[in-house]
Design a protein around this ligand. Structure first.
Ligand code: G6P
Length: 598
């Protein structure tokens, strides 16, 4: 996934663009570039590497109109040549692009045979050459004609020499216009706009836009003008800043209690009044997601069966969309913090095609998934900049519990009292998380048990099996330690062969859970192989701490809700291990925050 920015107004475009790119860096960061209209001519600068490399090379441009891009390579390795923007042969047009042009090979062959000279290995470059063939004075029209020939997904922005106009188009990649006074902005994510404006226009699939300092015009696929009222973004620029923390990830872990609070505030009424899922005529629930969101879905399955007694199945979005398809028409819940993950969007479309009801759980208002489903439940974690999902994952857990409780109450599995009691436990969860954070230095100390390891295992049972999968994912993505999560009962079926004194095992056992005794037995097995065990359990649990080399304690909690504090403890553990290893925590290598390719 990559980031796009555009500006046309009265300020130095290069400054606005670089500021916007800085805020979008989490979307991709192996190269970056800008194209500006400078004294009527197009100038282009692009560099492989992080944004600083581009910043250092950037002269003091005076131009007031331009576009910029931060790239995460998908087609063509990271290099100066493959960085965006790309310019037409006559040097008059420049474009940036997010997404994938699927038919680029055929288009490139055709364009080369017509005499176009290509300079990169990317799919994107065909766009600017195609535009050149279509251009006859109207930039937006040339783009509209170009995208008709393209198969694939895109957000594209284009500039033209001697002009203050930016043209843009979108299909299945986010694009938003920011409205200012005698200046207008474009970005692939509102976080790039927050310091300039809160008035935005979300661009929809199939639309094209023309943006100048004095106005913004949106057109539908057939070229008819579209009237749309601006939306107001409530996230502040400060919400997207580090606020004194060393990394966004740590800041976002500390925002957990507030994120929980806001998510509950937004959803409790909806759940209690039955505004979410007003129709309850489904027999089964299917949960579909990718990455961390899939682990939230796994917790959701346990919660759904516990509170609602509804048979619940799980599928990775990338598998669901290609599966043969079930005969029944279940409720399909799609979980995606960004609302832009390509596989999850495709799964949502497939679910509707199969006649299922669809509900999305997402953190981003106006994201693509919200337009692909029947209903939406928003988590309210606020913007998350660190690539590793932390507070958004936490609020996804909340959403899973809320939906399970809602369905359980509506289908009669939960009495009114049990529903109220479950909701009141959820209300306690932000305090529980705060209490874990109050002892974060113990977790920092515990990280010393792991930071030198090459391999590390996470084990848990029941509803904490997915929590441990997430713990392992978090550790591997930011510390680059090979980490695997296992259902503790599976250890003896293979993984035990890998254990020795150099392989730390993180084990969660929650007193009161019906699998607690079994967990203690599994931990003893691990300790017998000399693996150092870091236990995660309830404060005061001496039975567990006796078996472990070291402990991370969480406050007393009903077992079914224990993934909430345990998750935060494991996020903090991953953070401190990665920090001790000097890793690039907010921007781990090869990873991006949201994956808009399949
Ligand atoms: C990427 C991110 C993960 C995230 C996954 C799914 O791989 O790095 O943190 O869990 O995408 O993203 P979504 O936005 O659909 O939840």
């Amino acid at each position: 996934m990559c980031g796009i920015v555009g500006y046309s107004g009265h300020r130095r475009a290069s400054e606005v663009l670089m500021d916007g790119l800085k805020r979008l860096e989490y979307r991709g960061y192996d190269s970056a570039g800008v194209a500006m209209v400078e004294d009527g001519r197009l100038v282009l600068l692009k560099r492989q590497g992080e944004l600083d490399v581009l910043q250092k090379a950037l002269p003091k441009f005076e131009g007031r109109t331009g576009i910029g891009h931060t790239r995460w390579a998908t087609c063509g390795r990271p290099s100066d040549r493959n960085a965006h923007p790309f310019v037409s042969c006559d040097g008059k047009l420049a474009i940036v692009h997010n997404g994938i042009i699927e038919n680029y090979t055929a288009l490139r062959e055709r364009l080369e045979s017509e005499g176009h000279h290509f300079t990169s290995e990317t799919d994107t470059e065909v766009v600017v050459h195609l535009m050149e063939t279509h251009f006859s004075g109207d930039l937006r029209q040339a783009l509209a004609d170009t995208v008709r020939e393209i198969q694939g997904t895109y957000a594209i922005a284009a500039v033209l020499e001697g002009s203050q106009e930016i043209a843009a188009a979108r299909k299945e990649n986010p694009l938003v216009v920011g409205l200012g006074v005698k200046e207008n902005f474009l970005a692939s994510d509102v976080t790039a706009l927050l310091s300039h404006t809160s008035q935005v226009l979300y661009i929809m699939d199939g639309e094209t836009v023309s943006l100048t300092p004095n106005g913004v015009a949106v057109y539908d696929h057939d070229g008819a003008s579209v009237k749309r009222e601006p939306s107001v973004v409530t996230w502040s620029a400060e919400d997207a800043q580090k606020g004194g923390f060393e990394h966004f990830m740590l800041k976002e872990i500390f925002e957990g209690p507030n994120a929980i609070h806001n998510t509950l505030l937004g959803a409790l009424d909806l759940i209690e009044n039955g505004d979410v899922l007003p129709r309850m005529d489904f027999q089964t629930v299917k949960l579909v997601a990718c990455g961390s969101s899939f682990h939230a879905a796994m917790v959701g399955k346990y919660a759904m069966e516990e509170f609602a007694g509804v048979p619940t199945t799980l599928e990775l979005a990338s598998e669901y969309r290609y599966s043969p398809g079930a005969r029944e028409a279940p409720l399909v819940i799609l979980i995606t913090q960004s609302g832009e993950t390509a596989d999850t969007l495709a799964a949502a479309r497939e679910a509707r095609r199969r006649g299922c009801r669809t509900l999305a759980v997402t953190n981003v208002v106006g994201s693509t998934i919200t337009r692909e489903v029947d209903e939406v439940l928003y988590t309210r974690a606020g913007p998350e900049i660190g690539v590793a999902a932390t507070k958004t994952f936490l609020t996804q857990l909340l959403a899973m519990y809320l939906l399970a409780i809602r369905i359980g109450y509506a289908n009669g599995t939960l009495s009114h009292d049990s529903m109220r009691s479950a909701l009141s436990s959820l209300r306690q969860s932000s305090n529980m998380v705060q209490s874990v954070l109050n002892h974060i230095h113990d977790i920092e100390e515990a990280s010393k048990m792991i930071d030198k390891a090459d391999h590390c295992f996470f084990i848990g049972r029941n509803i904490n099996y997915p929590t441990m999968l997430e713990g392992a994912l978090k550790l591997k993505e930011i510390s680059y330690i090979h980490a695997e999560g296992f259902a503790a009962g599976e250890l003896k079926h293979g993984p035990l062969a890998l254990l020795d004194s150099t392989t730390p095992v993180i084990a969660v056992a929650i007193k009161g859970d019906h699998t607690y005794e079994k967990m203690l037995a599994n931990i003893s097995e691990v300790a017998a192989r000399d693996s150092p065990v870091l236990g995660v359990g309830l404060e005061g649990d001496t039975d567990l701490s006796r078996l472990c080399e070291r402990m991370i304690f969480v406050p007393p909690v009903k077992p079914v809700f224990s993934p909430i504090p345990v998750t935060v403890a494991l996020q903090a553990l991953a953070y401190y291990v990665a920090n001790r290893r000097g890793c690039s925590i907010d921007k781990p290598k090869n990873l991006a925050k949201s994956v808009t390719v399949e």
